[in-house]
Ligand binder design. Sequence first.
Ligand code: FES
Ligand code: FES
Length: 154
Amino acid sequence: MAMIHINGEERQAPDPERNLLSYLRFDLGLTGTKYACGEGLCGACTVLVDGQLTRACTTTVGAVAGGSILTIEGLADGDRLHPVQQAFVEENAMQCGYCIPGFVLSTVALLTRQPHPSNGEIREALGSNICRCGSYNRIERAVARAAELMEASR
Ligand code: FES
Ligand code: FES
């Protein structure tokens, strides 16, 4: 029986053709992963699979079976927010908040490969995430703050 690892838990995988976003939201109740465009274009459904950014809306469960999936629900350490989450709170980056899980996980991926990104690198890394509220300036400040917090926590 195929297994799937989500937020540190091993689960029995469903039909490999099952859409990953639907599986997370409707089967597991992990509704922090959002549905928006449904076409891989906006980043609202972003999860990390073995640390790689993955658009859940256009991914089947079978495509990620064997991988380790991280959703926004798996990022905090109990009651303690991950530094990236903390930075988004401190910089008040959220307007409606719908896009934010995708931005947060994209930021985690960015800061993992580049701990000290320039403003240009931040913009480029988050360039395929869309915020319909236009909260981009605050999100960029949050990413810069997240880099500081992560540096301080090392
Ligand atoms: S909902 Fe998946 S990229 Fe937009
Ligand atoms: S904060 Fe509303 S879509 Fe980004």
